[in-house]
Design a protein around this ligand. Structure first.
Ligand SMILES: *[C@@H]1O[C@H](CO)[C@@H](O)[C@H](O)[C@H]1NC(C)=O
Ligand SMILES: *[C@@H]1O[C@H](CO)[C@@H](O)[C@H](O)[C@H]1NC(C)=O
Ligand SMILES: *[C@@H]1O[C@H](CO)[C@@H](O)[C@H](O)[C@H]1NC(C)=O
Ligand SMILES: *[C@@H]1O[C@H](CO)[C@@H](O)[C@H](O)[C@H]1NC(C)=O
Ligand SMILES: *[C@@H]1O[C@H](CO)[C@@H](O)[C@H](O)[C@H]1NC(C)=O
Length: 494
C-alpha cells in the first residue's frame, strides 16, 4: 500500500469530527453475559503484513524483528501469522539465478522501488520465519510463467507456506497495466484473470486450497461479493484457501486530512468495520474464511496520527470489532523501513501502535468466542471473551476511546464501567491497563506506553519492567472499573 487511495472513504469518515465529545465521568453499565457470542476463528488474529521489497530488510537488517514477533507469539500462545506482499509484489519478477534475496534500486530516499527482482533465497528467508506465511506474487505484469516459477519455488522451500496471492489490490489496476491487455479494467475482467490464474497456478503446483483470493482495497465495486459467486460458478472454490480485503480507515493521500480523535472513536470504528459486513457474508456463503490481508491506520505517510498511542487504542478496538464481525485475521502492514508512520517497530525504536497489537493479542489468546456488549453508539467499547464451554466470560475488554491529546489543559477524565454478572463465586477481578500520558504520545519522542506496567525496549523489543495488575472487588457479581480517556483495560474474570 504505497499509492494514492481511499480518499473518498476517508472523507466520509472525517465528517462530523466533533461528535466524539461525550458527557464525561458518566460511565456505562454492562451485564457481561449479554451480547451475541461470535466465534473467534484463529488462534492468532493479529498478524503482520510486510511490504514485499522490504521483507528481506526486516529479517536481515532489523535485529529486533524476531523478538517483536516472539512477544506476540508468547501473548497468543500461538504463532503470529505473516503475509509478505503489497504494492511492490506487483512490481516484482522472479529471477531463479539471482543469488541475493531481492535486487532493486530506491529511486528517492525513503521511497519504494519501481521494479525489482527476487531470487530463491527470498523464500529461504520466508521459510525461516517458521510460522504460517502468505506470499503475494505478481499478476499486474501479466507474466504467468514467471509467477508459476516463483510459486513452485515457494512450495518447494516453505513448509510454512499458508497461501499465495495472485496480485495486490487489483481494483487499482488500469488499462495500461499489462494484465489488462489494452482493455478497460473492470471487475469482470479482474475475475476472469484471477480465476484463470488460480487454475493455472493450482494445476502447476498440483495443490488445492492454496490461493488467498480477492485482495481488494475498496469493496464493493471490486469485491468478494462479486468474485465469490463466480469462483463458485466456475468450480474453483477448492483452489481458494481464503478471501482477503484490505482496509485503511484514513488517508493522507492527495491532500486528504487525517484525524486521530476520529480514528480512535469507537462509534466510527464500528461503522467502518460494519461496512465490510457484506464481504463477510459473501465469504461465509461459500464456506470460506475472510481476512484483512493488509490493513493499518492511514495511507500516504500516516498523516501525523499513525505512530501515536491513540493508534494503539484504535488497533485494540478495531481488532476486536473485526473479529466480532467474522474476519479470521488482520495483517497489519509494515512498510518501508525508516519511513513508515504506522509501523510497529523500526531500526531504532519500538512504536506506540505495537502496544495495541500486544493488547489485542493478549485479550484474544486462547479464547473461542467474543461478544460485543455495547451498541456502538458511544465512545465506550466493551467486549466479553469466552473460553470453550463457558457461560461466564473469562476476560472482558473495556476501551475508553475519548480523545485525550497533549494539548488538553484539564485533568484526564475517566469513565466508570459498571460490570455485572461476573459470577457468584467471583470476589475480585484482575485488571491490566494499557496506558500512556496522552493519545498523542509517541515512544520515540519519549512518552512510552505501558501495558500492565510493561514496556518494550527500543533496541531489543524485550519486555521492560515487572507486570502489574490492579485488583477490583466484586460484590454480588458486580464490579466497577475506571478507565481514563484514551485508555484500554483487560479484565481477567477467572
Ligand atoms: C526499473 O526502475 C528503474 C528506476 O528505479 C529504472 O531505471 C528502470 O528502467 C526500470 N526497469 C524496468 C524494466 O522497468
Ligand atoms: C492499445 O490500443 C490502442 C488503441 O486503442 C493502440 O493504439 C495501441 O497500439 C494498443 N496497444 C497495445 C499494446 O496493443
Ligand atoms: C466463471 O467466471 C467468469 C469470469 O472468469 C464469469 O464470467 C462466469 O460467469 C463464471 N461462470 C459462472 C457459471 O459463474
Ligand atoms: C504533542 O505531541 C506531538 C507528537 O504527537 C508533538 O509533536 C507536540 O510537540 C506535542 N505538543 C505539546 C504541546 O506537547
Ligand atoms: C525509546 O526511545 C526514546 C527516544 O529515542 C526514549 O525517550 C524512550 O524512553 C525509549 N523507551 C524505551 C521503553 O526504551
Amino acid at each position: 500500500m504505497l499509492s494514492i487511495k481511499h480518499q473518498l472513504l476517508s472523507l466520509v469518515f472525517l465528517l462530523g469530527v466533533s461528535s466524539y465529545v461525550l458527557s464525561r465521568n458518566s460511565g456505562a453499565a454492562f451485564d457481561v453475559t449479554t451480547g451475541e457470542k461470535r466465534p473467534i476463528y484463529d488462534s492468532a488474529p493479529v498478524g503482520l503484513s510486510i511490504e514485499f521489497f522490504a521483507f528481506p530488510g526486516y529479517v536481515q537488517d532489523v535485529d529486533k524483528t524476531s523478538q517483536c514477533i516472539a512477544n506476540l507469539d508468547a501473548a497468543s500462545e500461538s504463532q503470529t501469522r505473516v503475509r509478505i506482499g503489497g504494492t511492490t509484489q506487483d512490481r516484482a519478477l522472479y529471477d531463479p539465478s539471482l543469488t541475493s534475496p531481492a535486487k532493486f534500486v530506491i529511486p528517492t530516499p525513503g521511497g519504494a522501488p519501481l521494479n525489482l527482482t527476487y531470487g530463491p533465497s527470498f523464500f529461504d528467508l520466508a521459510e525461516q520465519l517458521q510460522r504460517p506465511t502468505v506470499v503475494g506474487l505478481n499478476r499486474r505484469l501479466n507474466q504467468l510463467d514467471n509467477t508459476i516459477a516463483a510459486a513452485k519455488q515457494a512450495v518447494e522451500t516453505m513448509d510454512n507456506l499458508f497461501a499465495i496471492e495472485l496480485g495486490n489490490e487489483p481494483d487499482l489496476y488500469v488499462k495500461a497495466d499489462p494484465i489488462a491487455n489494452n482493455q478497460t479494467w473492470t471487475p469482470a475482467l479482474d475475475a476472469a484473470t484471477q480465476i484463470d490464474w488460480q487454475k493455472a497456478v493450482s494445476s502447476a503446483l498440483q495443490k488445492d486450497d492454496i490461493i488467498e483470493a480477492g485482495v481488494f482495497l475498496q469493496p464493493p465495486k471490486f469485491s468478494v461479493q462479486e468474485l465469490a459467486p463466480l469462483e463458485q460458478g466456475n468450480g474453483t472454490l477448492n483452489i481458494v484457501k481464503t478471501f482477503a480485503d484490505h482496509a485503511y480507515p484514513q488517508s493522507a493521500c492527495g491532500g486528504s486530512k487525517t484525524d486521530l480523535a476520529t480514528l480512535m472513536d469507537h462509534a466510527r470504528i464500528k461503522t467502518f468495520v460494519d461496512s465490510f459486513s457484506p464481504e463477510v457474508e459473501a465469504a461465509s456463503a461459500v464456506n470460506k474464511p475472510i481476512v484483512f490481508g493488509e490493513t493499518n491506520s492511514a495511507t500516504c505517510g500516516g498523516g501525523g496520527i499513525s505512530p501515536t498511542f491513540g493508534a494503539a487504542i484504535w488497533i485494540a478496538d478495531y481488532v476486536l470489532q473485526a473479529v466480532s464481525l467474522g474476519y479470521s485475521r488482520l495483517y497489519f502492514h509494515q512498510g518501508t523501513i525508516g519511513n513508515c508512520a504506522y509501523c510497529w517497530w523500526g531500526t531504532s525504536n519500538v512504536f506506540a501502535p505495537y502496544y495495541g497489537a500486544y493488547f489485542a493479542t493478549s485479550a484474544l489468546s486462547g479464547m473461542s468466542s467474543v461478544a460485543s456488549l455495547d451498541d456502538g453508539t458511544t465512545s465506550l467499547a466493551a467486549y466479553a471473551l469466552y473460553a470453550e464451554d463457558c457461560n461466564t466470560p473469562k476476560r472482558v475488554v473495556l476501551i475508553n476511546t475519548d480523545y485525550y491529546p497533549n494539548t488538553t489543559t484539564t485533568s484526564r477524565p475517566s469513565q466508570t464501567f459498571d460490570l455485572s454478572s461476573l459470577g457468584e463465586d467471583c470476589t475480585s477481578v484482575k485488571v491490566k491497563r494499557l496506558t500512556a500520558p496522552y493519545a498523542t504520545s509517541q515512544q520515540e519522542l519519549g512518552q512510552t506506553p505501558t501495558f500492565g506496567g510493561v514496556s518494550f525496549d527500543n533496541s531489543t523489543c524485550d519486555a521492560l519492567g515487572s507486570e502489574q495488575y490492579e485488583y477490583v472487588d466484586v460484590k454480588d457479581g458486580s464490579a466497577q472499573v475506571e478507565v481514563w480517556s484514551s485508555e484500554a483495560v483487560l479484565v481477567y474474570v477467572s
